[in-house]
Ligand binder design. Structure first.
Ligand code: R5P
Length: 263
């Protein structure tokens, strides 16, 4: 792997642990002002010290994150569909590598929609993105999107999606945790990080999800709603960080969450 790619990846994945805690705040690109992300700057700012990287669009980066900050960014470069439109899968590429370089990003990311009518288009866009990423030394994160069909999140489907993303050259892949998750990891030759999905019933469930994913080979999380829709987002992120970066057990991380929530 070339030096620039390695250098940027090492800004996202802590070189000491090989893991990452990415904070996903890109939801507005198809959901608009999502609950508790209505004012992105207010949501993001207190969380910055505890995230290894931010995943977001250029609009939120430019307007809601100070350029003086040192946090590495993963720029979402796909979009074009909305939650009220005909198909969430109808995404295209929304910006260029020139823009990614201007914004000094550490990686770019796009969604692929395997098994949908837009499969071919999104997979070929991923290939084009990887070609450019290799040219400029910018890693590409593929997101194995399921749109509104959350029930698709099983090991067979996610293994298919992750493997295709890796075969097309993605430098790492974001997917969902599922039963038999180790099979998804084993059949994907590049690192996998997991999304959190919609807010779970309890925060302990979130910690369990992160713990199970890491113990079955995930290299980190790229979580959004289970962090910033919490009543205590900083405590939530610090506890998830404890699991991912400090090998905390679920109960230990939950105790940290509770003590920080009271503070
Ligand atoms: C979805 O495609 C978005 O890119 C989110 O970044 C992703 O779903 C992770 O956020 P959450 O943990 O809220 O699912």
């Amino acid at each position: 792997m070339q030096w620039g790619l390695k250098n940027r990846l090492s800004r996202i994945f802590n070189p000491e642990t090989g893991r990452t805690v990415m904070l996903a705040v890109d939801h507005g690109y198809f959901l608009g002002p999502t609950r508790k992300l209505e004012d992105p700057r207010a949501t993001i700012t207190p969380l910055l010290p505890y995230a290894d990287a931010l995943m977001l669009t250029r609009g939120i980066l430019r307007n809601c994150v100070d350029p003086e900050g040192a946090i590495p960014t993963v720029l979402r470069v796909s979009g074009g569909a909305s939650i009220i439109g005909p198909s969430l899968a109808a995404e295209g590429l929304t910006t260029s590598f020139e823009e990614a370089i201007r914004l000094n990003v550490s990686a770019v990311t796009m969604s692929i929609f395997v098994g949908t009518e837009h499969e071919r288009e999104t997979l070929l866009n991923l290939s084009k993105l990887v070609d450019k990423g290799e040219k400029y030394g910018i890693p590409v994160l593929a997101v194995t999107a399921v749109g509104k069909e959350l029930e698709k999140r099983d090991a067979r489907f996610l293994s298919l999606c992750c493997r295709i993303a890796a075969e097309l050259g993605s430098h790492y892949v974001k997917t969902y945790y599922c039963d038999d998750f180790e099979k998804v990891v084993e059949s994907c030759p590049v690192p996998i990080v997991i999304a959190g999905g919609p807010q779970l019933d309890t925060f302990k469930d979130t910690l369990q999800l992160a713990h199970d994913a890491i113990s079955k080979g995930a290299r980190g999380v790229d979580m959004g709603r289970n962090i910033w829709q919490s009543d205590h987002p900083v405590a939530a992120l610090r506890a998830v960080r404890g699991v991912v970066q400090e090998n905390m057990k679920v109960n230990e991380a939950f105790e940290l969450f509770e003590s920080l929530s009271k503070g």
